[in-house]
Design a protein around this ligand. Structure first.
Ligand code: BES
Ligand code: MN
Ligand code: ZN
Length: 508
């Protein structure tokens, strides 16, 4: 647990286990000397001897003394500012915060303190910098260790982060820190859902937990149960869950803006609480991570809690179809045909392409019932997206350039990175079925299975401006980022919130 407090006094008047300095490449020692030199007189020589120059990704820890007590001096490199890549400067800072938390854990600090770096250097306001700071200190401190009984392996000590800012920015920084905490809480919630063992979180349990949390924030909640799903003709959701002992459901969470006649944005998330592949069963190694196949649902549901607190001027509705994809005597078979909410029929070629079957109903329902001005779906949809883009970019597909651009802008601001791929009609023949309207995987000869998956979804969006984010390779198991660990990432919460908060009517 990390506790953040804001102070405005001089860093040298604070008593702490560790004193942290953010340093640009080839930084000026004179600016640190009053503090660092006070803790450890020959610090400049030590820093030079150890070869610390402030390069991005670097860190150095020295020992010092504060009022007779042993303390640490922590130097974190920020590299050359501004960073060349759009959004790169703040990302370097986020990673420095991640390294700080790893050092704090390794050395068991009970407290550390630093002054916020100059936000102008990062081209941000104090409010925004404070928000990022509290989000990423918390995000880096996340550990999914509730099933580890050996307390020596868990991280449940409390750590005080004492953050300094100039007196005249105190209110602004405090507001940013508070906002950052909203994101941190939502990230922890979504990541915990993803990391939870699959038998602990079947559809009904996830639905119940999501609704309970949403109610705490005053949001409107609905759970469509199996009966209602059948009655509404959601044959995709019903079909995928047919082989499971657990019933499907759809969670709907609504935020209503104070403004009258505000437009509505719909967020749809794939919620397969476990994906065995169904009768087209996955090999064991590919199945292992399939408890995370509800990451899209977790993210859209958790995002609503942030939205409830930040209160944008638009209505937002999150829809999460929740199912478990299991093989059994009652499971759907390759060759079966399902009829979806919008009346279209789907030939199931491969029961492992189940995400698009449940999203078909959810997208069509969202478009029909909520008439949104924009609809974004997040889905761990295809393994192929990881082949194309690797672990640091989600795939973006859209039929609406202006919406796509906005999502890309939000992505650059928040570090939830996306890359646009083609949603080209030339691939449509790949998903035309001989016996139904569409089939749930594309013909092999067209390749591009992430593209044909996206085109399949497009069949169910009507005229609604829509963006599909394939998050299969970014939702969990992303390596080498200091503020993450193994397991879920919470990708998309900050991106979606940013998009919603900035909403304005389309130009075109
Ligand atoms: N949930 C998987 C996609 C996935 C793969 C997510 C790896 C995260 C990591 C999805 O339901 C699936 O099985 N997709 C198949 C589609 C194929 C049958 C067309 C895939 O990607 O192999
Ligand atoms: Mn699958
Ligand atoms: Zn899946």
């Amino acid at each position: 647990m990390i506790q953040i407090s804001l102070v405005t006094n001089d860093i040298i008047d604070r008593s702490s286990d560790a004193y942290v300095f953010f340093c640009r490449h080839d930084f000026d020692f004179a600016r640190l000397s009053a503090t660092a030199g006070h803790l450890y007189a020959p610090y400049e020589q030590a820093v030079k001897e150890r070869g610390f120059t402030g390069k991005a990704g670097s860190s150095l820890i020295l020992n010092g003394v504060y009022k007779g007590k042993a303390v640490y001096l922590v130097f974190l490199g920020l590299g050359d500012m501004p960073h060349k890549k759009p959004g790169g400067s703040i990302e370097v800072y986020r990673r420095a915060l991640g390294r700080l938390i790893r050092l704090a854990e390794g050395h068991k600090f009970s407290s550390f303190t630093f002054d916020l770096p100059d936000p102008a250097v990062l081209n941000l306001s104090y409010r925004h910098l404070a928000e990022e700071t509290s989000t990423f200190l918390h995000k880096a401190s996340y550990h999914f260790d509730q099933f580890i009984t050996n307390k020596e392996r868990t991280y449940h000590w409390s750590m005080n982060a004492v953050i300094g800012a100039p007196k005249n920015y105190e209110a602004e920084v405090q507001e940013g820190l508070n906002r950052g905490l909203c994101f941190a809480d939502a990230l922890t919630l979504a990541r915990t859902w993803c990391d939870m063992p699959p038998s602990h979180l079947p559809p009904a349990t996830l639905a119940k937990e999501a609704v309970a949390k949403a109610k705490e924030y005053g949001l409107t909640t609905t759970i469509l149960d199996k009966k209602q799903i059948d009655k509404l003709g959601m044959g995709g959701i019903e079909g995928v869950c047919r082989g499971s002992v657990n019933e499907p459901c759809m969670v709907i969470i609504e935020y209503k803006a104070a403004k009258k006649d505000a437009p509505t944005i719909a967020l749809v998330g794939k919620g397969v609480t476990f994906d065995t592949g169904g009768l087209c069963i996955k090999p064991a190694a590919s199945m292992l991570t399939m408890k995370d196949d509800m990451a899209g649902a977790a993210v859209v549901l958790a995002t609503m809690n942030v939205i409830a607190q930040l209160k944008p001027d638009v209505n937002v509705v999150a829809l999460a179809p929740l199912v478990e994809n299991m093989p059994s005597g009652s499971a759907i078979k390759p060759g079966d045909v399902l009829k979806t909410y919008n009346g279209k029929t789907i030939e199931v070629i491969d029961t492992d392409a189940e995400g698009r079957l449940i999203l078909a109903d959810a997208l069509a329902y969202a478009a029909d019932v909520y008439k949104p001005v924009a609809m974004i779906d997040l889905a761990t949809l295809t393994g192929a997206i990881g082949v194309a883009l690797g672990v640091y970019y989600a795939g973006l597909f859209s039929q609406h350039d202006e919406l796509a651009e906005r999502v890309i802008d939000s992505s650059i601001r928040t570090g939830d990175q996306v890359w646009r791929l083609p949603l080209d009609d030339d691939y449509i023949p790949a998903i035309i079925s001989d016996i139904a309207d569409v089939k749930n995987i594309g013909d092999r000869k067209y390749l591009g299975s992430s593209i044909t998956a996206a085109l399949f979804l497009k069949e169910f969006t009507g005229e609604t401006p829509w963006v599909h984010l394939d998050i299969a390779s970014v939702a969990f198991g992303v390596p080498d980022l200091s503020y993450l660990r193994s397991g879920a990432t919470g990708f998309g919460i900050r991106l979606l919130t940013d998009l919603v908060m900035q909403w304005k009517p389309f130009k075109g």
